[in-house]
Design a protein around this ligand. Structure first.
Ligand SMILES: *[C@@H]1O[C@H](CO)[C@@H](O)[C@H](O)[C@H]1NC(C)=O
Ligand SMILES: *[C@@H]1O[C@H](CO)[C@@H](O)[C@H](O)[C@H]1NC(C)=O
Ligand SMILES: *[C@@H]1O[C@H](CO)[C@@H](O)[C@H](O)[C@H]1NC(C)=O
Ligand SMILES: *[C@@H]1O[C@H](CO)[C@@H](O)[C@H](O)[C@H]1NC(C)=O
Ligand SMILES: *[C@@H]1O[C@H](CO)[C@@H](O)[C@H](O)[C@H]1NC(C)=O
Ligand SMILES: *[C@@H]1O[C@H](CO)[C@@H](O)[C@H](O)[C@H]1NC(C)=O
Length: 932
């Protein structure tokens, strides 16, 4: 299948925040990698577990930090019980920790006191082995005592770390901990696995002019003899908890606000906000947000938190990607706690329940927890903050990227790290599906029972699914022969999604539902595709009884392939299957139903269909056409309602459509396609510029900038004029190489639509680029010089100067960049192809010893064609130079195979698209005399 380069779009959009097309943007709102969750999950899943020789039941821990020197001393006494007869004990202990004393206290055996004879450290793993003087029998209780020294981490804010910051022109220091996922062992010897949930009795030494926070309040403070500047803080006993949720902060912090929250069950919790004194003003108002979120969460959670207070700390110079969610003590980066949104705050508070109170059993279970928290947080944040949160785009952003990824010939083939992330996103969407299909009340009941049954313990995904299943059964919300665990397993196991076809039989008012694997990119020859099926909830919205709050499935398409539903509406009324994207799958219909939908959406009642569903209908239609499952005439008809559409959520998938389809069609119809794009976008854009305001919402700004970018790309004249006017300032500058005075957004339109002279001026700027300036600016210029033009002259000129003339101002890296940019448009790769064809001998000679460059050149010049004509060009080249391709022999062969596949699509679809565009342009009431 075609490998589409993203660079070109990225370049277009570099000026806006939407640098990548939506399918390439990572699921941004998902909790960013928190180490326990995903980025390390794979490695951690492999981590050796400690042998179950002893089990801890409590820690008494004393820590004496020496802040100036960045070192600490400590003692820990761990109550343990022997689970088997043994004369060794294994315990986690970071390699940097120096154990100065170890002792074991158990009853005498054979009249002998048991002693630790020797401690050995595993060279590779952070595990210490204590060798005892006798075998201690199973069931024995006792304690292990250690004294140790260590260094605080100063280069990263993880483990037990020290950070410094400036305040009032004075350098200040603080210490804090961040133990996720397994860094507690770097501060003290411990059984550092989530399932060991035990009490901690913590004492720390702190300077008198600072305060110390931990999971629980300070019980008492003692003076230290001979030490006028420091004291011991002894904290209360914690609830049983995992080592990674233990937390300490010692610093010069001010309390910003405090509030006592009484939940509906009458439990009180003290909520406090902390920050350094200079940052206090930025934290005003945070408490109000916390209270709102906390209230929503306690309405969801039946189990109260077993901590009497919850501290929110804005920690100066904290560098972690994610806040540290210790139990009762959440540590934020300053800018995170003061930020406007609610999502992260909601996630962090949720982690107090899902993470601290009930904890994923092992790192491999953490992604389910992350998905659950992600879903609940998004749901709550939207309730609280409406459309301002993520511009209201959840779940579209994550959903669409799943649609694109899972419908590839090889999902995740490009970025392996994405696999975990998409798996997690899918589970998040499954939670959303169950919230709808079981109903919010049943979902909540299941969730509450789950937490209640696993509090102070650990859980796996099955615990969640089983509790949801029990609740669903009790409330009669799933069919008798269905089990949620099986449903989930079927969806999780496959890196694929189903495509549902809803075919109406208008003579009998029946609906026949079938499923198959959703495949978008060709070829669709996925092994086992025919065997795959999913349990799919069938929810139908119908024109005669429009009700989008009704989200309970009328039936489930179990692992079956086909299902017939009776009593559908009349033949002049539409149905919508899977409204609101309740399940993560696209839906296709018979042509008549598509026509009904398209007509309704162009009529006066169209807003009765909510925006997310309007977006879905449009998005499904063009993706199905792109996949070859639907006629483009039908899909393009589904864009007709856009003339009146003003909701940004519905417009969102349109830009992706223009990009994907624009790349896929041949240059032969680009002119018409661009005219269509201009007619489509112009009314929206004109309205958006008319209503520009200082204090407008972010989505409005982004929509305007996206619309403009796409209009410019399509040759919208006012945009080109504006760009050229700006560009001329640079051309008139006395010393144009000193710097570029214009905004990047104007460069590409000028290189694309402007004169040769303007383009040549840009080329000269790259050639003369002073080494003293930022090289990224040069790279941007070179990318646009190569990627933007549709004029063969400009492209040839660039290839001539860089390759044939061998101008020494261009490096090999530059050539790679140029080749890859040229794959972004049909003019680009076609010109490159002819260049290769015309200069074969010279190029062969030049690149013969540079395999990578040669292969890259052949790939870029041949792989992107999609038509019969393209196939002929490439085949002729192949025949003409058979045996001369060297390392690129298999590359051109692969190109030909792909083009053959693509050309079938083109042969089928291009005439339909062209015919539709012709009719559209002929009928359009919008005047398109604005283009070049
Ligand atoms: C350890 O065990 C002793 C003796 O049973 C008990 O007094 C002490 O409170 C325990 N310490 C912790 C931290 O659990
Ligand atoms: C402190 O919290 C209360 C709500 O409990 C709020 O009304 C007040 O504005 C907050 N003050 C500051 C300084 O944030
Ligand atoms: C729509 O469906 C919901 C949920 O089933 C129901 O509570 C509500 O009454 C329905 N509204 C109408 C107008 O039928
Ligand atoms: C598309 O819409 C036009 C105008 O409404 C209609 O004539 C045509 O039949 C539709 N085509 C398809 C394939 O639905
Ligand atoms: C590129 O070089 C070729 C061969 O030297 C020449 O015929 C052609 O005119 C040049 N094109 C441009 C745009 O410089
Ligand atoms: C860079 O380009 C200029 C102008 O074309 C040329 O005079 C100069 O020799 C080139 N520099 C190198 C290192 O080739």
């Amino acid at each position: 299948m075609l490998k589409i380069s993203n660079l070109a779009l990225c370049l277009w959009l570099a000026a806006s925040s939407h640098c990548l097309p939506p399918d390439k943007v990572s699921a941004a709102h998902i909790i960013k990698t928190r180490s326990i969750d995903l980025n390390n999950a794979h490695g951690l899943a492999m981590e050796t577990r400690l042998d179950r020789i002893v089990e801890p039941s409590g820690y008494k821990l004393e820590i004496e930090p020496y802040m100036e020197d960045g070192v600490f001393k400590g003692r820990v006494s761990i109550n343990v019980t022997f689970l088997k007869d043994s004369d060794v004990i294994l315990i986690h202990c970071g390699h940097d920790l120096e154990i100065t004393k170890v002792d074991i206290f158990v009853p005498f055996f054979d009249g002998q006191r048991v002693e630790v004879k020797e401690v050995t450290l595993d060279a590779k793993k952070p595990i210490a082995t204590l060798h005892l003087s006798a075998v201690v029998p199973k069931g024995t209780k006792g304690s292990l005592d250690f004294a140790f020294n260590g260094n605080m981490e100063t280069s990263h804010t993880e483990g037990f770390f020290k950070a410094t910051y400036m305040e009032n022109e004075e350098e200040k220091a603080l210490v804090a901990t961040s133990f996720r996922p397994n860094n507690a062992r770097r501060m003290f010897p411990c059984f550092d696995e989530p399932e060991y949930k035990v009490v901690f009795e913590l004492s720390v030494v702190r300077p008198k002019n600072m305060l110390a926070l931990s999971n629980v309040p300070v019980d008492k403070t003692d003076e230290i003899e001979g030490e006028p500047n420091a004291v011991w803080d002894h904290f209360e006993l914690t609830p049983p908890m995992s080592t990674f949720t233990l937390g300490i902060v010692i610093g010069d912090l001010k309390q910003v606000n405090m509030s006592v929250f009484k939940d509906r069950l009458g439990n009180n919790i003290e909520l406090r906000v902390w920050g350094r004194s200079e940052f206090v003003p930025a934290l005003v108002g945070v408490m109000d947000k916390i209270l709102v979120v906390y209230k929503h969460i306690t309405q969801l959670m039946k189990s109260p938190l077993p901590v009497s207070r919850l501290d929110f700390v804005a920690l100066p110079n904290y560098q972690g990607v994610k806040p540290v969610d210790n139990w009762g003590l959440i540590i934020f980066k300053e800018s995170d706690l003061s930020s406007k949104g609610y999502l992260q705050l909601t996630q962090e508070i949720l982690y107090q329940w899902l993470g601290s109170l009930a904890t994923p059993a092992w790192w491999s279970d953490a992604h389910i927890n992350k998905a659950l928290v992600g879903y609940l947080a998004a749901d709550i944040a939207f309730k609280v903050n409406g459309g301002s949160e993520m511009e209201g785009k959840w779940p579209m952003t994550v959903l669409y990227s799943l649609y694109y990824e899972f419908s590839k010939r090889y999902p995740h083939s490009r970025i392996t790290g994405m696999k975990q992330e998409t798996a997690c996103t899918k589970i998040e969407l499954l939670f959303r599906m169950f919230n709808y299909t079981l109903g919010g009340d049943t979902f909540k009941k299941g969730l509450q029972k789950f937490i209640e049954s696993r509090k102070f313990q650990t859980f796996t995904g099955d615990d969640i699914w089983e509790n949801l299943n029990t609740a669903a059964r009790a409330d009669g919300k799933i069919p008798q022969d269905m089990n949620i665990k099986d449903v989930v397993k079927s969806w999780i196991d496959k890196d694929r999604l189903p495509l549902i076809k809803a075919e109406r039989k208008y003579d009998t008012n029946k609906l026949v539902i079938t499923q198959k694997v959703f495949l978008r990119e060709r070829p669709h020859d996925v092994p086992d595709a025919a065997k795959m099926s999913w349990p799919v909830p069938i929810i139908i919205a119908r024109e005669d009884r429009l009700n989008f709050s009704h989200t309970v499935p009328s039936s489930w398409l179990k692992d079956k392939k086909e299902l017939t539903i009776k009593s559908m509406p009349n033949k002049d009324q539409f149905i919508i299957v899977n409204p609101e994207e309740i399940g993560p799958f696209p839906v296709n219909y018979d042509q008549q139903n598509w026509i009904l939908l398209s007509n309704y959406l162009q009529g006066k009642d169209r807003l009765k269909i909510p925006e997310l569903t309007r977006a879905k209908l449009l998005h499904d239609a063009w993706n199905l056409a792109y996949a070859g499952d639907l006629s483009f005439a039908t899909a393009l008809n589904m864009t007709l309602f856009l003339k009146d559409e003003r909701h940004h959520l519905v417009w969102d998938p349109v830009f992706t459509m223009i990009d994907h389809i624009g790349r896929h069609i041949c240059s032969c119809i680009h002119g018409k396609f661009r005219a269509y794009v201009r007619i489509l976008l112009t009314p929206l854009y004109q309205e958006l510029i008319k209503n520009e305001r200082e204090d407008e919402e972010n989505w409005r700004k982004n929509l305007r900038s996206l619309t403009k970018t796409f209009l410019c790309q399509a040759g919208y004249k006012p945009c080109i004029k504006e760009a050229q006017e700006h560009y001329s300032k640079w051309m008139e500058a006395k010393n144009p190489d000193e710097g570029n005075p214009i905004s990047n957004q104007y460069i590409c339109p000028v290189f694309k639509w402007g004169t040769k002279k303007e383009w040549e001026f840009g080329l000269q700027r790259v050639i003369n680029f002073p080494p003293s300036r930022k090289q990224s600016e040069r790279t941007y210029l070179l990318k646009t010089l190569a990627g933007c033009p549709i004029d063969e002259y400009k492209i040839n000129r660039l290839l001539n100067i860089t390759i044939l003339e061998g101008n020494g101002n261009f490096t090999e890296t530059d050539l790679f960049l140029i080749f890859s940019m040229l794959t972004g448009s049909s003019q680009g790769y076609t010109t490159l192809f002819h260049f290769v064809n015309n200069n074969w001998d010279v190029l062969k000679e030049k690149f013969i010893s540079k395999t990578n460059l040669w292969d890259n050149l052949i790939t870029s010049a041949t792989s992107q064609f999609t038509t019969e004509e393209g196939l002929e060009l490439v085949s002729n080249l192949y025949v003409a130079h058979q045996g001369e391709f060297a390392s690129a022999e298999h590359i051109i062969e692969k190109s030909m195979r792909n083009i053959r596949e693509e050309s079938k699509w083109s042969a089928e679809n291009l005439p339909v698209i062209e015919k539709w565009l012709d009719a559209y342009l002929a009928n359009s009431s919008v005047k398109d005399d604005l283009h070049m």
